[in-house]
Design a protein around this ligand. Structure first.
Ligand code: ATP
Length: 417
């Protein structure tokens, strides 16, 4: 069989109808060797049905499925079992089997009906038990192992089947964080070694961290298919899950992260708020206001500043200047224009230096100003007193209300703002 450059799996126009209900419709994609594909989507989207169908387990109504170009319908049972290993969601572990016997059962596609396992089969079983870290459990009854050990034994069994394609249906369900990551790490290594894995998973962050590609299903169709950062977007999550979210790169972990929140309806929609921030002072305020559906703008932030990142995550129009520089005339003017136009302006609990004095001065232009004060201004003044003096003048104006960030959150919650 020549397989170079050929997809290991080709799926064309696949549909599934069960009990007169369309479960999957018009599913098409192909997978190249070495890909680690996460199949994600809400409950009932059709993820398990898709894996079952791809494994030719009698649910497919339409379409064409090929492994290395060969239609799976033309393959015998054992031939298919030498191509695809499948770990189902619910697995009944046989009573009285040892872990080794369980893993050896993965060798069945290679044995004739009269044959027992050969020494080579034992060697393969032990090799994969070592890989998934369950070698020491070889003689233990599978009834007497923990949930995590059980999943790793089942993974070793699937690997012992020695197939180019591996399907795993929620193999990490009910596992703790350590075991969950471990299973994904094993899969990543296997794919680097040339296997191809399709895994059904609910934990989107875990999938995004480890999978090379994600297929997002909803209502029986593919909503998005591609690299994790292209699939996990606020728009796609809303389409698939009806979920409001901000998707961003977590600077601590370097991984894709998701913040979800309840939709606030039209509470803030009619009002515009401009947020004067920088240095991370505006993040929480921006999030609170965004979640209440206010129309937001912000500035002047600096590149690399977490406020600029939060603005990007929530789609807030922000004025962003270069780091470590005095705010330019142009950005200062733009900031003032936004403040003029906004119904409300919020001046965050900023630290003041000569670089951002323009942000403080601009606040005087607000029609209605909320000043967030969590720290006395004297402790935030790095201008030798100039900023503190100006700040005191500012907060004495009638259009200004001074609140701590907790009071601000409370007033927002109570609908006062
Ligand atoms: N044998 C069946 N007969 C009729 N409907 C079925 C059958 N099996 C599954 N379904 C329906 O098909 C839909 C998709 O089920 P499936 O298990 O594939 O979803 P899923 O995305 O894996 O969900 P979950 O995340 O909850 O495991 C569901 O609405 C389910 O009720």
């Amino acid at each position: 069989m020549t397989t170079a450059g050929q997809p290991v799996l080709s799926v064309a126009n696949v549909g599934v109808t069960l009990s007169d209900r369309i479960i999957l419709k018009d599913i098409s994609f192909s997978v190249m060797p070495g890909e680690f594909v996460g199949i994600i989507g809400p409950n009932g989207a059709g993820k398990s049905t898709l894996l079952k169908g791809l494994r030719n387990m009698g649910v497919i109504s339409d379409g064409d499925i090929r492994v290395f170009g060969q239609p799976i319908g033309n393959m015998g049972d054992k031939q298919l079992a030498r191509m695809i290993a499948y770990m189902q969601q619910e697995v009944n572990i046989g009573f009285g089997f040892t872990a080794l016997e369980m893993v050896l059962a993965g060798r069945y596609p290679y044995l004739k009906w009269w044959q027992n396992e050969q020494s080579e089969d034992f060697a393969i079983a032990r090799k994969y038990m070592a890989f998934t870290g369950v070698e020491s459990l070889a003689e233990k009854s599978v009834q007497q192992v923990s949930g995590g050990e059980r999943q790793r034994i089942l993974l070793a069994k699937v690997l012992a089947q020695d197939t180019p394609l591996i399907f795993l249906d929620e193999p990490t369900a009910s596992l703790d964080l350590v075991y969950q990551e471990e299973i994904f790490r094993y899969c990543q290594v296997m794919c680097q070694q040339g296997k191809t894995v399709l895994i059904v998973v609910h934990d989107i962050k875990l999938a995004a961290k480890f999978c090379s590609r994600l297929i997002l299903l909803a209502n029986g169709t593919v909503v998005a298919d591609g690299a994790p950062q292209d699939v996990i977007t606020a728009q796609n999550l809303e389409r698939a899950y009806g979920l409001h979210s901000a998707v961003f790169i977590n600077k601590v972990t370097g991984n894709l992260d998701i913040h979800t929140y309840e939709a606030a309806g039209t509470l803030g929609r009619q009002r515009s708020v401009h947020i004067i921030g920088g240095g991370g002072a505006a993040g929480k305020i921006m999030r609170l206001l965004h979640e209440k559906s206010f129309a937001l703008s912000g500035g002047v932030f600096q590149q690399g500043d977490t406020d600029a990142d939060v603005a990007a995550a929530f789609g807030v129009k922000a004025i962003v200047g270069p780091p470590f520089c005095v705010i330019s005339q142009e950005h200062g003017n733009e900031n003032q224009e936004k403040i003029h136009a906004a119904d409300i302006t919020v001046l965050c609990n900023l630290y003041f230096g000569q670089q951002n004095m323009a942000n403080l001065k601009a606040a005087f232009a607000a029609r209605k100003l909320i000043v967030i004060e969590d720290t006395p201004v004297e402790e935030r003044d790095f201008t030798g007193g100039e900023a503190a003096q100006l700040y005191r003048n500012l907060i004495s104006l009638p259009q200004v209300t001074v609140l701590s960030s907790n009071q601000f959150a409370q007033q927002l919650f109570e609908g006062i703002i």
